[in-house]
Each structure stands twice: as structure tokens, then as C-alpha cells.
Design a binder for this molecule. Structure first.
Ligand SMILES: NC(=O)c1ccc[n+]([C@@H]2O[C@H](COP(=O)([O-])OP(=O)(O)OC[C@H]3O[C@@H](n4cnc5c(N)ncnc54)[C@H](O)[C@@H]3O)[C@@H](O)[C@H]2O)c1
Length: 324
């Protein structure tokens, strides 16, 4: 599968590393509004400073969009309207109307549309799915979850450089957390039934003079696992002053804590000693994430599939919390 990159910023660097580690995928072309970014590309990649020319001339099978979040909609629509395949860094866009328009445009042209939910391919997430599928631990039924995604992007009353390109705490990290939960609540599948997860309430904190949609966002969800209802919370926060990304899943017989920043799992089963599993590798965690994305993408591409349905379910849950 041949890929072209649109937006050569911080995340593109990890994507390029992951491409070199993934069989069956090759980076052929790239575009950025800033021509200086061409220097970050390997010699084999052709740089275009004009998106229209890239879309006309490139032999790429798909175009991976990693521009600032607020521009995802406009750039993705341009790719689709050129009859080319868009792969979009999560979140796909910033509101329901934009998502509906992108889905309609892609479906009308019978084009695949894929969102790169890279945090859901964290090694700690894959590891716990494997443990559940193999039934290696007798944890019992899932009864609740709590997921916290905190980044130090709001300090001394201002946004820090880390927030550049991100739309807001909830839009950015809510999408990450929900995509992780979708893979954990349903360990046997990559899809999530819309009935499996539903919004109960959402609470967002916006600061009027700041160029971001929210500095904090919280969603309370009801889920269904094994025929029973459970409740969980997704908490995203730029004001805590730290990088802290953890999901806890409470089961009848214990709790698993997955640390997405440090790539480890900590299992506490009733009456047993705590077990800690270090899943980190010599590669940066974002490279590990993108290795998972590209493996999934190449497999879907080979079968003529995409992840539109998952994208719609997760973004509906995301946007519903913002409107709540
Ligand atoms: N940095 C991270 O750790 C990280 C992690 C996960 C997801 N993301 C997501 O990836 C996306 C990009 O983030 P980033 O941190 O790489 O941003 P960045 O600011 O480092 O890079 C964005 C690049 O896009 C270019 N650009 C801007 N508008 C463009 C346009 N309309 N057309 C073409 N190029 C354009 C900029 O010149 C820049 O080189 C965002 O949606 C962000 O939420 C970033």
C-alpha cells in the first residue's frame, strides 16, 4: 500500500518511523504548507507544496492527514472530493455536522474513509485484549471503568506549546480514550455496537479567551458487557500540569490499570499479590501505536474495508458529551 502524508509535524515523524517497521506499506509522497518541512523527508519521498497538485499527480493509494485538528475537515473533504482515499489522524473532525458531511461525501463516491485511532493500538491495550481472549486471569465480569487523559497544556493561565494543533482537551483525548475503551470492552472485536456504550452525561470547561474548545472535559457512560449494564467515566484534562494517561477496568474479581504513557499493566486480583507487566519496547510509544494502525490499515485496505462505522460510533459519543 502506497501512502502520502499531508502535514509533516510532530506526529508525522512517528508515523514515518512506524512505516519503516511495517511490511506492505510505503511512503511515496508528502505535502505541507511549510516547504521547509520537506527537509524532514527521506530522499525517496516526493514533496509537493501544493495539495491540488499532490492529489492530481500522486500514485498513492491513500493520503494520511496529520494537519492541526481544526483543519482535518477541510483537508479531508478536499481529498475525498478529488476522489482519493483519506486516512485522518484522530479526531476525524470537530463536530457532528462535519462528520456527517465527510461520511456522505465518502459514501457517495464509494470511497473508504479511515480514522487513525492510534492510542487504541497501545501495547498495553493489545496485551490486555490478548489476556482476556486467552482467559489467562479469572477477572469475572466487567463492572466499571475510569479513564483519565491529562496533558500539561494549560499552565499559568495560558496554553503551552504542546496544545498547538490540538482542538481541545475533550476533542483530542476523549477520542483517544473512547477508542481504547471500544477495544477493551469488546476484546473479541475491533467494532463496537452502538448499544454497547451510551452517554449518560458530559461536562466541559471552556475558558473564553483561550484558542481551544475546552481545557477539561468529562463524559459519563453506560456500557453493556456480558448482558449486564455497567458505568464508567472518561476524564480529560489539560490543567493538572502532568502527562498522565491511565485506564482502569474494574471486574468482579479485581482491577486492571493500564498506563498508556508508560506502557504497562498493573493487575490486582482479590486475595492475590499485585502483578506489574512492562509492555514497553525500545521504540517510542507513538511508533508502537502507529505500527498497530498501519497493520490494521493494510489489512483493511487489502480487503477493501475501512473503519467508517467505528468512527461514527466513537465520534457520536464524543460530540454528544460536548452538547450535553
Ligand atoms: N503531537 C502529538 O503527540 C500528537 C499525538 C496524537 C495525535 N496528534 C494529532 O496529529 C495532528 C497533527 O499534530 P502535530 O502535533 O503533528 O501538529 P504540528 O503542529 O506539529 O504539525 C502540523 C503540520 O501541519 C502543517 N499544516 C498546517 N495546516 C496545514 C494544511 N492545511 N495543509 C497542509 N499542511 C498543514 C503545519 O505546517 C505542520 O507542519 C493533530 O490532529 C493532533 O491532534 C498529535
Amino acid at each position: 500500500m502506497r501512502i502520502a502524508l499531508i502535514g509533516i509535524g510532530k506526529i508525522a515523524n512517528y508515523q514515518m518511523q512506524a512505516i519503516t517497521h511495517t511490511e506492505g506499506i510505503q511512503l511515496v509522497d508528502a505535502h505541507d504548507l511549510d516547504p521547509v518541512k520537506a527537509e524532514e523527508l527521506p530522499g525517496s519521498v516526493t514533496f509537493y507544496d501544493n495539495l491540488d497538485i499532490l492529489l492530481k499527480r500522486s500514485k498513492a493509494d491513500a493520503f494520511l492527514i496529520s494537519t492541526p485538528t481544526n483543519s482535518h475537515f477541510e483537508v479531508a473533504m478536499k481529498v475525498i472530493e478529488a476522489d482519493r482515499v483519506a486516512i485522518v489522524e484522530k479526531p476525524l473532525c470537530t463536530n457532528q455536522e462535519q462528520m456527517d458531511a465527510l461520511m456522505t461525501a465518502a459514501r457517495t463516491r464509494k470511497l473508504p474513509l479511515y480514522t487513525a485511532f492510534h492510542p487504541s493500538y497501545g501495547r498495553e491495550v493489545d496485551w490486555w485484549r490478548e489476556q482476556r481472549e486467552a482467559q489467562n486471569f479469572d477477572v469475572g465480569r466487567l463492572i466499571g471503568f475510569e479513564s483519565c487523559f491529562a496533558d500539561p497544556y494549560f499552565m499559568d493561565g495560558k496554553l503551552t506549546l504542546g496544545a498547538v494543533g490540538k482542538a481541545g482537551a475533550w476533542i483530542d483525548s476523549g477520542a483517544s480514550s473512547l477508542s481504547i475503551l471500544a477495544r477493551l470492552i469488546n476484546p473479541g472485536s475491533c467494532l463496537i455496537d452502538p448499544d454497547t456504550l451510551a452517554l449518560v452525561d458530559g461536562r466541559m470547561t471552556a475558558i473564553p479567551d483561550l484558542k481551544c474548545a475546552q481545557v477539561q472535559g468529562l463524559g459519563i457512560y453506560r456500557f453493556k458487557a456480558g448482558g449486564h449494564n455497567g458505568y464508567g467515566m472518561v476524564d480529560t484534562n489539560w490543567t493538572l500540569g502532568k502527562n498522565y494517561k491511565t485506564t482502569r477496568l474494574w471486574y468482579e474479581n479485581g482491577v486492571i490499570e493500564l498506563d498508556h504513557a508508560k506502557e504497562y499493566g498493573r493487575l490486582r486480583l482479590a486475595g492475590q499479590e499485585e502483578l506489574v507487566f512492562n509492555l514497553a519496547t525500545d521504540k517510542p510509544r507513538l511508533v508502537n501505536h502507529y505500527c498497530g494502525v498501519f497493520a490494521n490499515l493494510t489489512e483493511m485496505h487489502a480487503q477493501g474495508e475501512d473503519n467508517k462505522e467505528l468512527t461514527e460510533v466513537l465520534h457520536r459519543l464524543l460530540f454528544a458529551a460536548m452538547r450535553s
